[in-house]
Design a protein around this ligand. Structure first.
Ligand SMILES: *Cc1c(COP(=O)(O)O)cnc(C)c1O
Length: 430
């Protein structure tokens, strides 16, 4: 118990939180505690793990790299694993996304995107474009810039005065058999049109989590509608940033969600699944025209940003191995199977339990709401269910009144069936 007294855990009220679960081992879709009890990791350990815990192919790639070159400064220096990673990633990306800036976590990838967008306009001599636009409920990380972009997510109320002023428009959240979807989309479209009329030429960038907003409750929006509004925003020359920190690397059924929207962002943020969930690493990827605005004889126009562990070679080695696994293990077939499984079992769960509503599914992700609770992150029935899920061997972490599954891609249909059966049993009981 000693560790409880010294370590301050994230997103935790240390006074009232129960002692931490101590996990000592991971394998595939499972985690094991110190007594040997197993838990199905249905949240991929905060949406990071892709191919499964301790995958030997990634583990050995890291070990090999550690004996070769563990780290080196990345300013004025490059190294083979960073180059290899970009060579491996490029065939998966649109050709236009061809400039790669490394950092080390999702928040920094967004911070970088935000600073790039701001300086892009400054370098062009346009000081007027200093506003950012985002969706209500968007979440982009916990550093100050990222918090500014996500301030309507409700996590950051205490910091309002520290945050940059960012405008938001309503998010057209929808689900399977939602009869009001068009009404919500029309409301978003109108709010956006009004915004653009007023602020279109003062806006530096529009940032979205494409298709699924993660932290605000796995909220789904229709790709075709997103495409429509992005085209409208582009008419005003506003930079488009896609934060695919969560949706990237297969979560929504394609390697990147932007493929389904059929819209290539000007700036793309990646992290979480980039290394298969082994090590912190991030990329902010841009189209050439963004990069070119920073080229000048003067250092003043350079992008003066960097982190100690930028492009860490161990992280790059893990990411290379993870990308190889997508082909080696036919991962997209697995994700299709998981999606089909979600469709069948989530819909039957919602049919059976009347409090389970608003089902939405996208690739690996399945989510539903519990209807008779208020959306409140800290105190709902869902939070009370968390320890009960754990007792029953499921690691789940409901968001407000949303229960969601985002399993590692190695999960089998037997393991998924067990998960749905247990969730159903618990929801029927409580
Ligand atoms: C998790 C997340 C972030 C922040 O990433 P960290 O690595 O936790 O800093 C940013 N954007 C989205 C969409 C996320 O889900």
């Amino acid at each position: 118990m000693l560790f409880k007294n010294y370590i301050w855990h994230p997103f935790t009220q240390e006074k009232t939180a129960p002692p931490c679960l101590k996990i000592v081992k991971g394998k595939g879709a499972y985690l094991y505690d110190e007594r040997g009890k197993s838990y199905l990791d249905l949240i991929s350990s905060w949406w990071t793990t892709t191919h499964g815990h301790t995958h030997p192919f990634i583990a050995s790639a890291i070990a090999k790299q550690a004996l070769e070159l563990e780290h080196v400064i990345f300013a004025g220096v490059t190294h083979p694993k960073a180059i290899e990673l970009i060579q491996k990633l490029r065939p998966f990306l649109s050709k236009e996304l061809s400039k790669f800036f490394f950092s080390d976590n999702g928040s920094t990838s967004v911070e970088v995107a935000m600073k790039m967008a701001f300086q892009f306009w400054a370098n062009k001599g346009n000081k007027k474009r200093n506003l950012f636009l985002s969706f209500e409920g968007g979440y982009h990380g916990d550093t100050l810039g990222a918090m500014s972009l996500g301030q309507s997510s409700g996590f950051f109320d205490c910091f309002k005065e520290l945050l940059y002023n960012v405008k938001t428009i309503p998010y057209p959240e929808t689900w399977i058999n939602d009869i009001n979807v068009e009404e919500k989309e029309a409301k978003t479209y109108k709010a956006l049109s009004n915004y653009l009329e007023r602020y279109g030429d003062k806006t530096a960038a529009f940032i979205i989590e494409p298709i699924i907003q993660g932290a605000s409750g796995m909220r789904y929006a229709r790709p075709a509608f997103l495409k429509k509004i992005l085209k409208l925003v582009k008419k005003y020359d506003i930079l488009i940033i896609f934060d695919e920190v969560m949706t990237g690397f297969g979560r929504t059924g394609t390697l990147f969600a932007y493929e389904q929207i059929e819209f290539i962002p000007d700036i793309l943020c990646l992290s979480k699944g980039l290394t298969g969930g082994f090590l912190p690493l991030a990329l902010t990827i841009t189209k050439p025209f963004v990069y070119e605005a920073f080229l000048d004889d003067s250092f003043k126009k350079a992008f003066v940003h960097g982190h100690s562990y930028t492009a860490n070679p161990l992280g790059c080695a893990a990411a290379c191995a993870s990308l190889e696994l997508f082909e080696k293990e036919k991962t997209f077939v697995k994700i299709k199977d998981i999606e089909a499984f979600h469709k069948q079992h989530l819909l039957s769960l919602c049919a059976e339990i009347k409090e389970a509503v608003a089902p939405r599914i996208s690739g690996d992700i399945a989510a539903f709401n519990i209807s008779d609770t208020k959306t409140n992150y800290t105190n709902t029935i869902c939070q009370k269910l968390k320890p009960i899920f754990l007792d029953n061997g499921l690691l789940l972490r409901p968001l407000g009144n949303t229960i969601y599954l985002i399993p590692p891609y190695c999960i089998t249909s037997d393991e998924l069936k067990i998960s749905y059966d247990i969730i159903k049993k618990i929801l029927n009981f409580y």
